[in-house]
Design a binder for this molecule. Sequence first.
Ligand code: FE2
Length: 511
Amino acid sequence: MLKENMNNEKEKILFVDDEESILDIASEYFQKKGYQVVTAKNGLEAVKILGDENIDCCFTDINMPEMDGLELAEHLRKTDNTIPVIIMTGYPSLENTIRTLKNGVVDFLIKPVNLNRMEVCLRRVLRERQLFVENIILKKEVEGKEQLERLNRELLYKVEELNILNKIMSDFTITSSSSDVFKRLVDTTIKIMHTDEARFYVINEAVKRPFKVTAAISIPNKTKSSAGTDKAIEKLIMETVSDEMPLLISENKGARSLPEDILSFMAVPLAIREKVFGVLTACIKKSSIRFTEKDLYYLSFMTNKAAYAIENLALYENIYENLFSTLYAFVKAIEARDPYTQQHSNRVTSISIVIGKEMGCTSEELDILNFAGHLHDIGKIGIRDAILLKPGTYTEEERNIIKEHPIIGASIIGQLWLLDSEKQIIKHHHERFDGTGYPDGLKNKEIPLLARILSVADVYDALASDRAYRKKMEKNEIIKIIKKGRGTQFDPDVVNAFLKLYHAGVIEKII
Ligand SMILES: [Fe+2]
């Protein structure tokens, strides 16, 4: 309505008065001056006209039948406050003047009204109105522009979000083996978020304490985190696992404070088949940026995709190969912590396989030996470094903790739905032929054959390598020990096969 009136050449004036002569005089005068004129005999008639036509200005008397001028002004103020109202009255009272002003009347003239004064007043009011209307239009334009800018910002934000999600999707769709899923998780976290450090820990029913499998940092050669920091992070990881919920500590203050060198922190559980398998963490240590709910959303999205990738690879591709390489990465990580055990699993596997061949194992059994041999000590993931890497002899308590590793290993393999045979071998590689081994004290043929084979290979390689607490043994000393263990620690048939290979120089070639 405002705009249309603005564009009209002739402005339309409404005169309201119960004295017809006044209406006639005003009509004639203002029409001559080039205005359109409409008249009404009282407020009610005026309201009707105002509803039907676009009026630019209204002159009204106060005292009229049906609806008086002040009521009309009030009506106008409520319905369209851009129409100026000029009151004409013969009896200006203080009360009327106040009501007039309250109702947004822009001016009032005292009767008898001089036409010339009316015109001056009209021009001024119309000019003010034009400014007022232009102002409103301008304001609306600014609001429109602001809205456009806001939509644009939202659009950019959405596009950015889509880009990030797309990046995550493609990163985890092209994963060809599950072994690099964890590496990809930490690398992608660094790439798409303002993160100084990302780590992936394995922690689940089998591995009770967080075990760091892989990590990535944004700027290399930063100061290493302190033991205290690692401990605090481990605590937060445990919390995340027990809550089974992503954790965001945006600011290092208040009740949820972090170690001094971490400014902002996130931890998200990765669940395989609805069971927590590990936790992805991200830290900000230097930059002024802080993690938000949005970042937590990205991180959760990513761990979900990674979990799907692992499940899909395991379900539809080469389950055996992929899971093996994933798990073997853990074993390599354990061996890397202890320089004395590096390549131990490799050598044990090779020795076991030649013994297995010598004893006439099928190719299927040799495959199982290959798998279980490489992974036989995977359960050491769940044992603290302080014990695992301790130089010198163990206390009784420490020895008992170490003895848990075959069970931990078996449950890791079991959790990943592998064949039962591999699991059994890992579980029983420390049983003794006479029934005094662990964890179950099985004896003789109760111990799976492949576990009996692995046991000899394991002991031979352990004695033939340097350890933190002793030098490697002379070969003939080792052979003595193995011979002595025939029938007590070891299966005599396995020992025989081993000795045959040893004297033929086959074992020497492996070590
Ligand atoms: Fe072992």
